[in-house]
Design a protein around this ligand. Structure first.
Ligand code: HEC
Length: 154
């Protein structure tokens, strides 16, 4: 009798083990099939070139308008010849040792950066016989960014 009970429990344990294995084998397939990326999400990171161009064109146009209004009186529109202020072509490179925010801060309020002793600010200010550039506190970050995009593209 004892033997039979032992046999029975071995058999039922085996079945349980088989059942567990089936579950373990089937579940992952089931879970991963649920995680399948929908067809639309797969294509979402492929942005059509026209969208980028449109966005860039808009930024560029805004930058151009703002540059003409605020900067062109001192900075040459061709970006390569000096005027009252230096040619601005390649300005991002000249500020590349610093966070981009510093260049934006300069454009908004150059004096504040000079007073803080910012190395690039002091350098360009001394190169230009300590001339003063207007502050443009009314410009937003987006507007300053658009101006910088315009400067870089010209
Ligand atoms: C009144 C003249 C004047 C106006 C207007 C002006 N700037 Fe300037 N800018 C200067 C001068 C002069 C310098 C040289 C540094 C100095 O002496 O302050 C300069 C320097 C700069 C520099 C640093 C260049 C470098 O190589 O590091 C940037 C960037 C700049 N200006 C951007 C602008 C932008 C953008 C505008 C318009 C929003 C503007 N400036 C309007 C006169 C002007």
């Amino acid at each position: 009798m004892k033997r039979l009970a032992l046999l029975n429990s071995i058999i039922s344990l085996t079945w349980m083990a088989i059942g567990l294995m089936i579950i373990l084998l089937v579940m992952p397939a089931f879970i991963s099939s649920n995680k399948e990326v929908p067809e639309t999400a797969k294509t979402i990171d492929v942005v059509p070139a026209t969208v980028i161009d449109d966005a860039l064109a808009e930024t560029y146009a805004l930058g151009k308008t703002l540059f003409k209004l605020n900067c062109a009186s001192c900075h040459n529109k061709n970006m390569v010849d000096d005027m009252t202020g230096p040619a601005l072509s390649g300005v991002k490179d000249r500020w590349s040792d610093f966070p981009e925010k510093d260049l934006y801060d300069w454009i908004k309020n150059s004096n504040s950066l000079i007073e803080k002793g910012h190395p690039r600010a002091v350098e360009v200010w001394e190169e230009w016989d300590k001339a003063t550039m207007n502050a443009f506190l009314n410009l937003t970050d987006e507007e300053v960014e658009a101006i910088v995009v315009y400067i870089e593209v010209v």
